[in-house]
Each structure stands twice: as C-alpha cells, then as structure tokens.
Design a protein around this ligand. Structure first.
Ligand code: KIV
Length: 271
C-alpha cells in the first residue's frame, strides 16, 4: 500500500497500526506553511519540523544554533498548512539535556505555542528522565538514535554510526528503552541496514530510517534535499526526485533577463 489516505488524520496510534498492517510510513521535513501544504497534500504521513531548519533555512553549519523560539515559529507555520499529517517538532539542542523540568517546559512551549502534535528528542539512556517527564505530561515523544546531529562535536564526523559491536549493542538497548518508556516511534539515522532491520523487528513501535536501509517501517528525508533544492549535500542514502536548484536558477535567470530587456511585464500582465 502506498500513500494510503485511509487515515483522515494521522495520529500516533495510526502509525503503530500502519506498522502492524505492514504499511510503510512516509515522513518528510517541512519548515513553513507553503511547503507543508504541498507535503501534506501529497500524502506524507508525518511532517517533521526538524532542527535541520538550522542548516536548510538559516544556513548554519550545524543544528546546534537554532533556538526554541525559532522552532516554534517554523512549527506554527507548518501546522497552519496541514490537514492530515502528524506534525512532529524537534526539541532543539540545549532545551532538554540539562534537566527534565527544563525538558518538560520546552516541550510544553512547543505544544502550546505551535500546535504541533508530538516532539522528537535525540538520545537514549542519557535523556531517559526528560523523556519520562514529557510523556507523563501527555505529550507524545519520538526518539532519535544512531547519528544524532546535535552531538556532532562529540562524534567529530557525520559518518555511519554503530558499525562496531559495542555501539550497536548500546543502540539496541536504547531503542528497547525508548519503547519501554512509551515513545511512539524512533528515528534511526545513518546506521548499517542490517542493524536497523534487527531493531525494527524487535520493536512493536515504528522505526523510521534515514540512511538506515529498507528493512525499517518507514523513511524520512529532508525535503530540500529530496527535491534537489540543496546541491552541496550528497550522501549515498539521498534520492533526489527533482533538481529544483537547477530549474529555479534557470527560471530566475530568465526573469532577470526579461526585466533587463523590458520584456516583463507585457501588455497582458499590466492594468
Ligand atoms: O532535523 C531533521 O531533519 C532530522 C531528520 C534528519 C531525521 O532530525
């Protein structure tokens, strides 16, 4: 089954049902109203207001600088554009790691001020108390393991994670912990496909992969990468469905020529 519109509104419960019905989950990022409307209308099940907005929208090198206020701005714009998708919002770096009360305050701000439906946090055992506190307040939590970009300065590079046994074991035990705590889904980023499949098979909650192979319950990509709006980021896992960078550059170049040549606007395009 693809792009099932069976669910008028996707909820955290529908995602778990999709997994048990073996229907794959399609997730994409969006950061603004116009894009969210397109992504939602095309049948994407989950829209992630990712902290990748820090890179894609603001041009930062990492996801670390984006603030809670900025995430709320992006998320509230996305929420206004959707009818069907579940909107998950990243808690940005520094808003949930230091203590669980701060984590809860951050998650509450996201839910109250943006209208998003769930939050996503990076990490396992280390942030267990924060996850528990947020879940206890009735806020759905999506986990994120493997390559966790908020820890880039600890990793040093964006290469594939959990290739060695020790890290793979920790990832498996973190994924099981996230399920036990009550997370409704987990993202696995840039890890070996075999390991991701093993995790997906051992959990009853959906596992959504990015660079984690095809043996998981769904896929997520950054919208601007999959439509080819960005052209500098070329990981192996990325499938570009369009080359918007090229078509936009050509169209804008044509507009510039038309204006310079006094060809735009024409008689039909004026009052
Ligand atoms: O911020 C983001 O876009 C993400 C995805 C890469 C999963 O976390």
């Amino acid at each position: 089954m693809t792009n099932s519109k069976e669910y008028k509104r996707v909820t955290v419960k529908s995602l778990v049902e999709m997994k048990s019905n073996k229907e794959k989950i399609a997730m994409l990022t969006a950061y603004d109203y116009t894009m969210a409307k397109i992504v939602d209308g095309a049948g994407v099940d989950v829209i992630l207001v990712g902290d990748s907005a820090s890179n894609v929208m603001a041009g930062h090198e990492t996801t670390l600088p984006i603030t809670l206020d900025q995430m709320i701005y992006h998320a509230s714009s996305v929420v206004r554009g959707i009818d069907r998708a579940l909107v998950v919002v990243d808690l940005p770096f520094g808003t949930y790691q230091s203590d669980s009360k701060e984590a809860l305050r951050s998650a509450i701000r996201i839910m109250k001020e943006s209208g998003g439906h769930a939050v996503k946090l990076e990490g396992g055992k280390e942030i267990k108390d924060s996850i528990k506190k947020i879940l206890n307040a009735g806020i759905p939590v999506m986990g994120h393991l493997g390559l966790t970009p908020q820890s880039i300065y600890k990793f040093g590079t964006y290469t594939v994670r959990a290739k060695d046994e020790e890290e793979a074991e920790k990832l498996i035990s973190d994924a099981k912990l996230l399920e036990r705590l009550g997370c409704f889904a987990v993202v696995l980023e840039k890890i070996p496909a075999q390991l991701a499949e093993k995790v997906a098979k051992s959990l009853s909650i959906p596992v959504i992969g990015i660079g984690a192979g095809n043996g998981v319950d769904g896929q997520v990509l950054v919208l601007h990468d999959m439509v080819g709006m960005t052209n500098e980021f070329n990981p192996r896992f990325l499938r570009r469905y369009m080359n918007l960078f090229e078509s936009m550059t050509l169209s804008i170049g044509q507009y510039v020529s038309d204006v310079k040549a006094s060809d735009f606007p024409s008689k039909e395009e004026q009052y």
